[in-house]
Design a protein around this ligand. Structure first.
Ligand code: ZN
Length: 169
C-alpha cells in the first residue's frame, strides 16, 4: 500500500485539464489502488487523480451505505474517463474538498446524473446516480477539468472555515 500526497489549492496542477486514459495497464491499476487507499485514509468520499498530482482522468468514490441516512446502498467506484451523459434537477448542498482542507461552501449541483466511463477492466460502464452520490461525482469530475467547488459557489458568504478540533486548546 502506498499513500499519496494530496496537493492543495494554489498548486497549479489543480487548475489543469487532465488527459484521457488510453489503456488500462498495471501503472493505472496501481494508481487506482493507491488513490483509493489515500482517499480512505484521509478520510474522504472521493478523490481525483489531479489531487495527487497526476493529470489523468481517473476518480475514485466511496460512500458507505446509508451515508446521508437516506437508505442508499454503498457506492464504490473507480471511473476512468468519466463523462456526464445526462444531468437533471438542481439541488443546493455544502461541500468540502481534501485539497481545500477545513473549508466548506454551498454549491448547486444536478440532482440526478447518467455517467459513462471505463472501468479498471477497460470495459465501458454506465451509471445512474441520484442525490448525494451524484453530488460527489460532479465534484470529482470537475477536478478533471481544473474546477474546484469554490468556483461553483454562487453565494460567496456561504464559504466558511470549519473549526479544526485538533486546534482547540
Ligand atoms: Zn475536491
Amino acid at each position: 500500500m502506498a499513500l499519496l500526497d494530496i496537493i492543495l489549492e494554489g498548486d497549479p496542477r489543480l487548475r489543469q485539464r487532465a488527459s484521457r486514459i488510453r489503456t488500462v495497464d498495471p501503472s493505472i491499476r496501481r494508481l487506482a489502488h493507491d488513490m483509493r487507499e489515500t482517499m480512505l485514509d484521509a478520510p474522504g468520499v472521493g478523490l481525483a487523480a489531479p489531487q495527487v498530482g497526476i493529470l489523468l482522468r481517473m476518480v475514485t468514490i466511496y460512500l458507505p451505505a446509508d451515508f446521508e441516512k437516506d437508505g442508499e446502498p454503498e457506492h464504490d467506484y473507480t471511473l476512468l474517463n468519466p463523462e456526464i451523459v445526462k444531468a437533471e434537477g438542481r439541488v443546493m448542498g455544502y461541500e468540502g474538498c481534501l485539497s481545500i482542507p477545513n473549508w466548506t461552501g454551498e454549491v448547486p449541483r444536478a440532482k440526478r446524473l447518467t455517467l459513462k466511463a471505463m472501468d479498471l477492466e477497460g470495459k465501458q460502464v454506465r451509471l445512474k446516480l441520484d442525490g448525494w452520490i451524484a453530488r460527489v461525482a460532479q465534484h470529482e469530475l470537475d477536478h478533471l477539468d481544473g474546477i474546484l467547488f469554490i468556483d461553483r459557489v454562487e453565494d460567496k458568504s456561504t464559504i466558511q472555515e470549519i473549526p479544526d478540533e485538533d486546534d482547540e486548546e
